[in-house]
Design a protein around this ligand. Structure first.
Ligand SMILES: *[C@@H]1O[C@H](CO)[C@@H](O)[C@H](O)[C@H]1NC(C)=O
Ligand SMILES: *[C@@H]1O[C@H](CO)[C@@H](O)[C@H](O)[C@H]1NC(C)=O
Ligand SMILES: *[C@@H]1O[C@H](CO)[C@@H](O)[C@H](O)[C@H]1NC(C)=O
Ligand SMILES: *[C@@H]1O[C@H](CO)[C@@H](O)[C@H](O)[C@H]1NC(C)=O
Length: 448
């Protein structure tokens, strides 16, 4: 597998719900903000039962309601700027980590935003503020309710896409010994299309398997092992998933695919299968940042953008921002070109605890976490993970991601080992009189 970072953006008008205050043009000027007519909605497989966990009452079939919308709606468009800003901040944070320096990076910002925004439903006080801040929402511009409605519209829109296989949603796995507020569960279902399961986390292997099987089903087998290890102290596990499979509107001819070389850096090249096609493409050369932008469409509203800088990728990573993406959507022009792209099959895995803390979201992991909107019992987030996959071949692409958020009681501390195998102090005191009766230190227990 190539060890270079490929800057790929799977974008969709719906997915990034472009627009915002100033960016409405993104939709209209591309002429691709089409409305489905009488489109059907993919029936979410709500009848699906797991061998072990059983459903909560809140996993009922959701009714379509009257007059559901098809195009990107107002409330989802409001999330475009904050969500895209969050995506690039997360990208920059990831690529700045030493461990990912020579690695492919691929993740779903939306899946993480969805998981964290869902968490805000139960977060109060400072924890709530920090999550909204971290996600890039300024609550003097958009209300909490507006954010949740925006995510609901984004998720509904994704699940309604036609011609491509696209699905996204969330699930809550809840310990039988833990009782979340009914209101929290209800809102998880309404806004984040959440399924609910009761799970015995004391049986860690079985519980992990239940969660992993759920994610595996939702991602069509692409992510089969979201949870490596589950802490027996877990009381709730929140999952958000996204699965995408689309065929290129014009496929590559496999007979044109040839062995080629991919220049990882100045000294190293690796062999790849290069797909090639001469065709009319949507292209743009961004002079300002010396980058060629190629947009490959699956459908009218879903495309992949590939960004190839003239020089090194680091220069592009430093400057790229949502405004560029909006500009490229507007300015790509149809042009004849011979395009070569390597076939890809990438799998990534991220533990996001440190990354989120570095992005200003450390409160959720701390003893001052306030999730009183979930339950009275004090809980905190013990881990946030994301795994993702990307496959690109002549016919199209498949991309998937799942985010997992584990929650534990504040009182739960991992089993510790404490060994007094070095000098220590001792103190004997009487609590009633608060007097220190003896005081000393032990530096060599072998001596009398
Ligand atoms: C949604 O957009 C329409 C037309 O663009 C506008 O009239 C309406 O007020 C908007 N609704 C909300 C809730 O912003
Ligand atoms: C959580 O936040 C709410 C609202 O700000 C506050 O009233 C409550 O005291 C907080 N609880 C804890 C345990 O911090
Ligand atoms: C939120 O918006 C208000 C009003 O536009 C602005 O004064 C404030 O600085 C913003 N807060 C953040 C954190 O950006
Ligand atoms: C080039 O990439 C190879 C393979 O990832 C790596 O071993 C090598 O250290 C890199 N060289 C430089 C100069 O970064």
């Amino acid at each position: 597998m190539e060890r270079a970072i490929l800057c790929l953006l799977i974008t969709s008008l719906a997915l990034s719900s472009c627009g915002g205050h100033k960016d409405g043009e993104w939709i209209s000027s591309t002429g691709r903000g089409h409305e489905h007519e009488g489109g059907h909605r993919h029936k979410r497989d709500l009848g699906h039962e797991h061998g072990h966990g059983h459903r909560h009452g809140h996993g009922h079939e959701r009714s379509h309601g009257g007059g559901h919308r098809h195009g990107p709606s107002n409330s989802s468009i409001k999330l475009f700027r904050p969500n895209s800003m969050f995506a690039f901040r997360l990208y920059k944070q990831l690529v700045s980590q030493a461990e990912y320096q020579n690695e492919n990076v691929f993740f779903s910002p939306l899946s993480l935003s969805v998981a964290l925004a869902a968490l805000t439903l139960g977060a109060r006080g400072e924890t709530n503020e920090e999550l909204f801040d971290g996600l890039g929402f300024n609550l003097s511009h958009v209300t909490e309710q507006g954010v949740h409605e925006g995510f609901r519209d984004i998720l509904q829109n994704l699940n309604q896409q036609e011609e491509i296989d696209l699905r996204a949603g969330s699930a809550l796995f809840v310990s039988d010994a833990f009782k979340p507020n009914a209101d929290f569960l209800e809102r998880m279902n309404t806004f984040y299309l959440s399924d609910g399961f009761t799970t015995n986390f004391k049986k860690t292997t079985e519980a992990a398997k239940i969660i992993n099987d759920y994610v595996k089903t939702k991602t069509n087998g692409k992510i089969s092992n979201l949870v490596d290890q589950l802490d027996p102290g877990t009381v709730m596990y929140l999952v958000s998933y996204i699965y995408f499979k689309g065929k290129w509107d014009v496929p590559f001819n496999p007979e044109m695919t040839q062995d080629g070389l991919f220049k990882v850096n100045e000294t190293t090249s690796v062999p790849v299968k290069m797909m090639a096609r001469k065709h009319t493409y949507s292209l743009y050369y961004d002079q300002e940042i010396s980058t060629t932008v190629l947009q490959l469409f699956y459908t009218k509203s879903v495309s992949m953008m590939l960004l190839l800088p003239d020089k090194d990728l680091a220069g592009l990573e430093d400057v790229v921002c949502p405004e560029h993406v909006a500009k490229w959507h507007r300015w790509t022009k149809k042009r004849q070109a011979m395009v070569s792209i390597p076939k890809l099959s990438i799998e990534t895995s991220y533990s996001l605890r440190n990354i989120l803390s570095e992005m200003g979201m450390s409160n959720i992991f701390s003893y001052s976490a306030n999730f009183t909107g979930i339950a009275n019992e004090p809980i905190l987030v013990s881990e946030v993970v994301q795994k993702a996959t990307l496959d690109v071949d002549e016919t199209g692409s498949t991309a998937s991601a799942a985010t997992g958020v584990a929650l534990m009681p504040l009182s739960f501390r991992p089993f510790e080992t404490i060994t007094f195998d070095r000098p220590f102090m001792v103190l004997i005191s009487n609590h009633e009189t608060m007097s220190i009766l003896f005081l000393g230190k032990v530096v060599n227990p072998a001596k009398k």
